[in-house]
Design a protein around this ligand. Structure first.
Ligand code: NAP
Length: 309
């Protein structure tokens, strides 16, 4: 089915996409947000956002995401659940093909598809996914109440996950391949002050080991300095080693940087007229909720400007 054309199609319903929808709809444009699963993106899977202004004590991720969607819909943004597979961004109107077989038409497009968790690529990881290997601590942490969990990674996600899990699990090992965290210092201080968190530095994950019941029983890591192997018994391994941009459907349609992120200028404009990028999918230096919503507003305003020409 081919839907009738809208002013702005927003691909992705995280904070960037929902804010683009809010600004576009409130500005009088017809706006359709196409989201693969449920709106909210990574935000909806984050336990607590402590650095989004206006929420002393922190904002619950799912609640903030829900409210962002509600606010945009109150101004008329439409939402549809579909998985975008291909785009023709130079057609007039622009064409968006989705897995359902539906085709969406739009005079302008905001790409706000965010990024997904990177995998470690070690033996045991794929086989044990959902059986103790997880990429979302807030989604799955509760399954491991009073058990031992391992978090792999050294960025803000890994640090935040370790702090979150420390409140649920008996013990949390934070396995990182270097001897210091990439995460913001406040995370480091908080982790050091958390008695049931233990750092495992300079450790490269070799494999994730299954127990007799087919679920995670241990993780094997190699000390980079000594070459010694260490086995840490655990019930869960939370992998938090960064993100891969969701841009597979864009290859050949738009300029991507070497990491696969969409190249745009500070106004969120890509080189393709009428096509904008917002949020984590955009090539930029700071990926935060606050920068995602700023991008969303910018992209929608520039789309309105483009449509007025
Ligand atoms: P990230 O900042 O890119 O950190 C990824 C971490 O994983 C790094 O420590 C990296 O090690 C490690 N790593 C990468 N590949 C690995 C591999 N194959 N094996 C082992 N370790 C590996 O990713 P992120 O933590 O997911 O964060 C993504 C973005 O979201 C960042 O911009 C972050 O600031 C933002 N974020 C912000 C907040 C917040 O402010 N509250 C919370 C979550 C995320 P090296 O350090 O050695 O490279």
């Amino acid at each position: 089915m081919t839907a009738s054309s809208v002013d702005v199609a927003i691909i992705g319903g995280g904070p960037a996409g929902l804010t683009a929808g809010l600004y576009a709809a409130r500005g009088g444009l017809s706006a359709l947000c196409i989201e693969r699963i449920t709106p909210g993106g990574q935000l909806a899977q984050t336990h607590l956002i402590e650095n989004y202004p206006g929420f002393p004590g922190g904002a619950e991720g799912w609640k903030l995401a829900y409210d962002m969607q509600q606010q945009a819909q109150d101004f008329g943004m439409q939402v549809c659940a579909d998985d975008v597979q291909a785009v023709d961004l130079t057609a007039d109107p622009k064409r968006i093909k989705a897995a359902s077989g539906n085709e969406y038409l739009a005079r302008s497009v905001v790409i706000a598809t965010g990024a997904r968790p990177r995998h470690l690529g070690v033996p045991g990881e794929e086989e044990l996914a959902g059986k103790g290997v997880s990429y979302c601590a807030t989604c799955d942490g509760n399954f491991f109440k009073d058990k031992v969990a391992v978090v792999v990674g050294g960025g803000n996600t890994a640090a935040g996950d370790a702090l979150y899990l420390a409140r649920i699990c008996k013990k949390v090992y934070l396995v990182h391949r270097r001897n210091s965290l990439r995460a913001t210092k406040i995370y480091h201080d908080n982790l050091q002050a958390t008695p049931n968190v233990e750092f495992v530095w300079n450790a490269i994950t070799q494999r994730i080991v299954a127990g007799d019941d087919g679920t995670v029983a241990a993780i094997e890591v190699e000390d980079q300095e000594t070459g010694r192997l260490r086995t840490i018994d655990c019930s869960a391994v939370f992998v938090a080693v960064g993100l891969i941009p969701n841009t597979d459907f864009l290859y050949g349609s738009i300029d991507l940087d070497e990491g696969g992120y969409v190249i745009s200028d500070e106004r969120c404009e890509t080189k393709v007229p009428g096509v904008f990028a917002a949020g984590d999918v955009r090539s930029k230096t700071l990926r935060q909720v606050v920068t995602a919503v700023a991008d969303g507003a910018q992209a929608a305003e520039r789309a309105a400007e483009y449509l007025a020409i």
